[in-house]
Design a binder for this molecule. Structure first.
Ligand code: FES
Length: 94
């Protein structure tokens, strides 16, 4: 039996603006963006309720190959999370 081709999961990360993970990672990598405001300016992600800021910061850190300290991210951005599912996605991606 042949296995199906690998399915790339490209989730919507910013629910307010329906921006997918691939788009956010692309704009961060393209211009080496280092803060959430710049990402919002480039693709609108993070410009609404701010729930996705924790994931955007994680992607920025990963682009810079920075060791992400989970406690710091949750401390800095956890309280902004208002949309369901964002935190479970965060812990899946760490
Ligand atoms: S989910 Fe990204 S700003 Fe609301």
């Amino acid at each position: 039996m042949n296995l199906p081709p690998a399915v790339e999961i490209d989730e919507v990360i910013c629910q307010c603006y329906q921006v997918k993970e691939s788009t956010i990672r692309e704009v961060i990598a393209k211009d080496n963006l280092k803060d959430i405001d710049s990402v919002t300016g480039a693709c609108e992600a993070g410009g609404g309720c701010h729930s996705c800021h924790i994931l955007i910061q994680l992607f920025i850190d990963q682009n810079q190959e920075k060791a992400t300290v989970m406690e710091d991210l949750v401390h800095d951005h956890g309280q902004k999370v208002k949309k369901k599912g964002i935190l479970s996605r965060f812990f899946k991606k760490v």
